[in-house]
Design a protein around this ligand. Structure first.
Ligand code: NZQ
Ligand code: ZN
Length: 382
């Protein structure tokens, strides 16, 4: 195993009807900015619950944070936070609202251009405190230090991480999921599945705890995918909320090699074509696993045995990739560009140009996914 330092300060409030507990977690004298997206929280009663919980606080709101949040929108919230002298941010939504709120929290304490944070010209060491009420289990942004932000003017999607933006708490109330469209539930399932793969499908280092926990999460997510039609069941929802959280809140990735190439390439697909985050991943990952099969054969075989219960044959690694792809297809996820009606043969070259521009030139757990290999992967995915 590799050396590691593990820290996760986010308190988890888990279970139905836990939203009211935010009143015990946000300091009473705080001026709160409640941030949310396009209004789904007004349809499922979450907004009203937040309003009740904040009745003794001075609070303001900022709505309209879009999926794949745009810096152009978020900078308006930063201006509100500065003008109203906000000292606590409460993000209510999915990964986009929570990521966007991390940016707002950091940019509110920075006098320069906010985009500097994404370009690493400004390293975030302080931010306003924030809390999260999760409405879409997928990204684990509610208890990790990362945010992914887009800039419309340049079609760029970049990430930053800072321990200053860990949410102080995350409310995981599965009743928030009642209004989720099936498309977003499917997105959440596969995003979590692929987060786990990014920290597991590399090469073995003998990390029994991490491998075992990853396999549990992968089997859990596979089980939920196979019972997709039970997604209105509270226990089904609870299991997805917790599995998605554990997939990217840091624990499974300690001491082991990590890949993330599928994510880096996927972000370019969202920036260029506006494809949902999770759907970019299901297009890229099977092709990437096939291209990198010799590097990943040992872990693919282990996953085949322990997650898909495949027999130990000489082609088990290939069969595991086929099983992963079939799992995605079973809930209607695209696994080729053509499934999203993208057929321009120049697509791989255009995406590779964007990867190079963003310095994504040595991806994967060994840094050996060069632009040439990325182009091969993207061509396989056509
Ligand atoms: O805006 P509202 O009205 O809330 O609607 C949202 C949005 O349209 C809707 N939604 C959320 N909860 C709902 C609901 N609709 C009905 N009922 C509910 N309970 O779902 C739509 C998508 O929401 P979004 O937040 O964009 O989805 P997701 O949670 O998948 O987040 C995706 C973003 O997170 C980033 C992605 O790149 C993408 O920008 N990621 C963040 C990561 C992190 N911070 O660690 C890691 C991930 O790999 C990912 O990159
Ligand atoms: Zn993801």
């Amino acid at each position: 195993m590799m050396k590691f330092s593990y820290y996760n300060p986010t308190r988890i409030q888990f279970g139905a009807n836990t939203i009211a507990s935010i009143a015990t977690l946000i300091p009473k004298e705080s001026k709160v900015l409640v941030t949310y997206g396009g209004g789904s929280i007004k349809k499922n009663g979450i907004y009203d619950q937040v309003k009740d919980a904040l009745k003794d606080y001075e609070w303001h709101e900022f709505s309209g944070i879009e999926p794949n949040p745009l810096v152009e929108t978020l900078d308006k919230a930063v201006a509100v936070a500065k003008e109203k002298k906000i000292d606590f941010i409460l993000a209510v939504g999915g990964g986009s609202v929570i990521d966007g709120s991390k940016y707002i929290a950091a940019a509110a304490l920075y006098d320069g251009e906010g985009w500097d944070i994404l370009e690493k010209k400004h390293i975030v060491t302080k931010a306003l405190p924030l809390g999260a009420i999760l409405t879409l289990p997928a990204t684990a942004s509610e208890s990790n230090p990362t945010a992914v932000i887009s800039r419309k003017s340049t079609q760029t999607k970049l990430a930053f991480s800072s321990s200053a933006v860990y949410p102080k708490f995350a409310v995981l109330d599965p009743s928030a999921m009642v209004t989720l469209p099936e498309r977003q539930i499917a997105n959440g399932l596969v995003d979590s599945f692929i987060h786990t793969c990014e920290q597991y499908l590399t090469y073995p280092v003998g990390a029994l705890v991490q491998d075992g926990y990853c396999e549990t999460l992968l089997r859990t997510l596979k089980h939920l995918i196979e019972r997709f039609n039970e997604h209105d069941d509270l226990l089904w929802q609870e299991n997805l909320m917790w599995a998605a959280n554990q997939g990217l809140s840091g624990l499974i990735g300690v001491g082991v090699p990590q890949d993330w190439a599928t994510h880096r390439i996927g972000h370019e697909l969202t920036a260029m074509f506006g494809i949902d985050h999770a759907r970019t991943l299901t297009i890229v990952q099977p092709a990437l696993l096939r291209e990198m099969i010799s590097d990943k054969a040992a872990k693919l075989s282990q996953m085949g045995r322990n997650v898909f219960h495949l027999p130990q044959t000489s082609d088990i690694a290939e069969k595991t990739i086929d099983a992963i792809e079939a799992l995605y297809r079973s809930i209607g996820m695209p696994v080729r560009f053509s499934d999203c009606e993208i057929t321009d043969p120049e697509t791989p070259a255009k995406l590779v140009a964007a990867l190079k521009e963003h310095n994504m030139i040595a991806l994967g757990e060994k840094g050996n996914i060069t632009p040439e290999i990325s182009e091969k992967i993207l061509t396989k995915a056509m």
